[in-house]
Write a protein that binds this ligand. Structure first.
Ligand code: SF4
Length: 338
């Protein structure tokens, strides 16, 4: 049971009228832990903006609910097979907090999880080129521990699955759920990696540090994917503090992620060039270990690529980015994202 707080309670704390927030929460669910809401200092601050519904989510931004074509790339409901050697299993549609910028806004917190587990495991077992499976969702660490243990055990019986990765924001939004018992269970399924999702240095609390310490002590290599969010972390000083702080927690900054072109999130997007400037500005200032790759997931399921001068070129007709096969793909910043 996660100690949670309702949106009404949170708004009452700041003496705000709930009326403008309700239609947004009706369209895209709102869920808050008491812990994460407790990090908010005032409305509109970097924590607030990540978790409190914003009427801008309902703007007609011309974006698509599934720009990465995950549903087309799912041979089995809930299993995404985009790269030859990797697959993603969407094991839950619940999270401790529903992030307003989520790439799976279309699914998280809505209805039942769409995964057909038996068919997904049969597909993985019958596809020997898959060596790496990522448990995602929603948040896999919101599954009951015995259910997660059983799933990991079943995956471990597939000999060609060399590594298992878990994507989880629990260390950020509900760090109290990371217990010694959970870590002992996870350690039974090595080699197991965990990628978490800190976006702002104010999330690097003592509780979060303790959660990361328990996971790292269980031998689980920790990485972090930060999403570049307009007005939240799109400043050099913020990222420098965040990435250096993560290293102190034994979490390696892995990706700085360009916001996907997901419907309802346009207000969070920065232009591509901003991410490139931010990464360039970190060089020489912080340890190379603290500098993640700046990546963009190309629309239409064309894959995730690091944005380097060699792979991305800007011209009169927008960006041309080479995908993993070396083919040029057109990419356009949203008008007004400058
Ligand atoms: S924790 Fe991840 S999957 Fe869940 S709402 Fe946040 S970004 Fe989306």
């Amino acid at each position: 049971m996660i100690p949670s707080i309702t949106l009404d309670e949170l708004l009452a704390r700041f003496k705000l009228d709930p009326a403008p927030f309700k239609p947004v929460a009706g369209r895209y669910p709102c869920r808050l832990t008491r812990y994460y809401a407790g990090l908010i200092q005032k409305p509109g601050d970097p924590i607030w903006r990540q978790c409190v519904p914003d009427p801008l989510e309902l703007a007609d931004d011309g974006q698509h609910p599934d720009p990465l074509d995950e549903e087309r790339l799912s041979p089995v409901p809930g299993l995404i097979h985009r790269y030859p050697d990797r697959a993603v299993l969407l094991v839950s549609n619940r999270c401790a907090v529903y992030c307003r910028f989520c790439m799976r806004k279309r699914q998280v917190g809505c209805g039942a999880v769409g995964l057909d587990m038996e068919r997904a495991i049969a597909y993985l077992a019958a596809t020997p080129q898959i060596r790496d499976v990522v448990l995602s969702g929603g948040d896999p660490l919101l599954l009951p521990a015995d259910q997660l243990h059983s799933l990991l055990g079943r995956l471990r019986t597939i000999p060609h699955l060399e590594i298992i990765r878990i994507g989880s924001r629990v260390p950020v939004t509900a760090p109290g759920l990371i217990t010694p018992a959970l870590c002992r269970m996870l350690a039974e399924h090595h080699p197991l990696y965990l990628n978490t999702h800190f976006n702002h240095p104010r999330e690097l609390t003592g509780e979060a540090a303790q959660a990361c310490c328990l996971l790292a002590d269980a031998g689980i290599p920790l990485g972090n994917q930060t999403v570049l969010l307009r007005g939240i972390n799109d400043q050099h000083a913020v990222l420098e503090q965040l990435f250096s702080g993560l290293l102190r927690l034994r979490v390696r900054p892995y990706y700085l992620h360009q916001m996907d072109l997901v419907k309802g999130t346009a207000h969070f997007r920065t232009p591509l060039v901003r991410g490139m400037e931010l990464i360039a500005g970190l060089r020489g200032k912080v340890s190379g270990l603290a500098i993640p790759h700046f990546v963009v997931d190309l629309p239409g399921g064309q894959g995730k690529v690091p944005l380097l001068a060699q792979t991305a070129r800007h011209g009169d007709d927008g960006w041309t980015i080479r995908n993993l096969a070396g083919n040029p793909v057109s990419y356009h910043d949203l008008p007004g994202s400058l």
